[in-house]
Write a protein that binds this ligand. Structure first.
Ligand SMILES: CC(C)(COP(=O)(O)OP(=O)(O)OC[C@H]1O[C@@H](n2cnc3c(N)ncnc32)[C@H](O)[C@@H]1OP(=O)(O)O)[C@@H](O)C(=O)NCCC(=O)NCCS
Length: 155
């Protein structure tokens, strides 16, 4: 992802999330050299199918954003993107991938379960809820992890 992608990225982002990221959030991630991806179709690379942002840490990486454009959902694109990110993590010796997901986001929860993430906890009131009639309305996050360490079973 580069700055020139942001117009399209923001269209997908804004129509996909309850509290979408703003341009500044993406600019910060680009400036911080996170792993910032746009997903494209190799045959017609001008349409952006989606985007994702991964923050590398010490032993773990944190998946901060994965969003697929409405027209391209349920085609296995997010699954493929997560598998590619996992491959990169393994090559760079990261031990696990962490993420948070809104408790109400059953689509994303199903996706993460389908690629082998497990729930390891919750964060109370982690997400804002965009309800103008309810001040400070919050929603819990489910914390999920995928361990990338190969278990060695000694006899
Ligand atoms: C969640 C999201 C990223 C999934 O992207 P996608 O490319 O459509 O997902 P995939 O096609 O790779 O789905 C892989 C698997 O995830 C699960 N899944 C994905 N979308 C699902 C849905 N709407 N309902 C139930 N399960 C779903 C299924 O197990 C699916 O496998 P299947 O299609 O063989 O049944 C997409 O719906 C999205 O961008 N949502 C809005 C943004 C968002 O919520 N991002 C995650 C924030 S934590």
């Amino acid at each position: 992802m580069v700055k020139d992608d942001l117009e399209q990225v923001l269209l997908t982002e804004t129509s996909s999330h309850l509290t979408p990221w703003k341009e500044l959030n993406f600019l910060d991630c680009i400036a911080s050299n996170y792993w910032n991806y746009v997903l494209v179709d190799c045959i017609s690379p001008y349409a952006l199918l989606g985007h994702c942002v991964v923050m590398p840490g010490f032993e773990e990486v944190h998946l901060l954003n994965i969003t697929i454009h409405q027209d391209y959902r349920r085609l296995g694109i997010a699954k493929k993107a997560l598998q590619a990110i996992e491959q990169t993590c393994v090559e760079r010796n990261f031990e696990r991938i962490l993420l948070e997901v809104r408790q109400s986001n059953l689509e994303a929860f199903s996706l993460y379960q389908a690629v082998g993430f497990e729930q390891i906890g919750t964060r109370k009131g982690y997400y804002q809820l965009p309800m103008t009639h309810l001040r400070n309305a919050r929603e819990d996050a489910i914390v999920m992890q995928k361990s990338l360490k190969t278990e060695i079973n000694h006899p």
